[in-house]
Design a protein around this ligand. Structure first.
Ligand code: C5P
Length: 237
């Protein structure tokens, strides 16, 4: 699928960052048709949320499993094979060559797409040096994006600020998936680099991951619809 074939509706991914399955079920019911794509991360996955992947897929929804896998290649491969059977659409792995190679091989012939996390956005140059890296953030992000492309990874998780630079590096085949989205007027929370939905799409992001601006809204469905309404015009702008 090329970027232009992704329906505007499917470009909003709602992060189900909720403490239990009951809260997640209630949010999915409240959002109804306003959301077609959900992300399940550590909090919900480890609170019994993994069976939701199949349930949501059976309701025609898409699911992004954000577990950022990283282990020896054999273990990554077996994990990805299991996840590919769950009906998930996206899975994150850390952008280490062995991990990406194993994940890309294991998802061959399935509908699962692998997204690589280049450098966690909570890391700056000092954090990388403290962890023993020679490169700073921007050089390491660029190097890992190139490796991801060569290894056949389907997309990258990146901030909207990185989207246009990463497009230059990886071209248009890879999907760019962007958290840190804040509709105009909503609080940033702990996100430091935020962008509105329209600006993130204009910067080259294919998918927007949004949690608290929807989950904590007085009317989550209206909040999701307002974001959807910003996405479609930005695609043609
Ligand atoms: O609530 P908020 O909209 O900030 O949620 C963003 C989601 O994207 C969270 O699930 C968070 O874990 C995830 N995420 C992020 N920054 C990254 C990678 C993932 O905020 N670099």
């Amino acid at each position: 699928m090329t970027a232009s074939e992704i329906s505007p509706r499917d470009r909003l991914i709602v992060a189900l960052d909720l403490p239990n399955v009951e809260a997640a079920d209630a949010m999915v019911a409240r959002l109804g048709d306003s959301a077609t794509f959900y992300k399940i991360g550590y909090q919900l996955a480890f609170a019994g949320g993994l069976p939701l992947v199949r349930q949501l897929a059976e309701q025609g929804k898409k699911v992004f499993i954000d577990l950022k896998l990283h282990d020896i290649g054999h273990t990554v491969k077996r994990g990805v094979e299991s996840i590919a059977k769950s009906g998930a659409t996206f899975l994150t792995v850390h952008a280490y060559p062995q991990t990406m190679k194993a994940a890309a091989e294991a998802r061959e012939g399935t509908d699962l797409k692998i997204l690589a996390v280049t450098v966690l956005t909570s890391y700056d140059d000092d954090d990388l040096h403290a962890a023993g890296y020679r490169l700073g953030v921007s050089d390491l992000v660029a190097a890992r994006a190139q490796q991801a492309q060569v290894l056949g990874i389907d997309g990258l998780v990146c901030s909207a600020e990185e989207s246009s630079a990463l497009r230059e590096i990886v071209g248009h085949r890879m999907r760019l998936v962007t958290p840190g989205i804040r509709p105009a007027g909503s609080g940033a929370g702990d996100q430091k680099r935020v962008m509105t939905p329209a600006r993130a799409i204009a910067a080259g992001s294919d998918y927007l991951v949004v949690g608290r601006p929807i989950l904590e809204a007085a009317d989550p469905k209206a909040a999701a619809e307002a974001i959807q309404a910003e996405i479609a015009p930005a695609l043609v702008a």
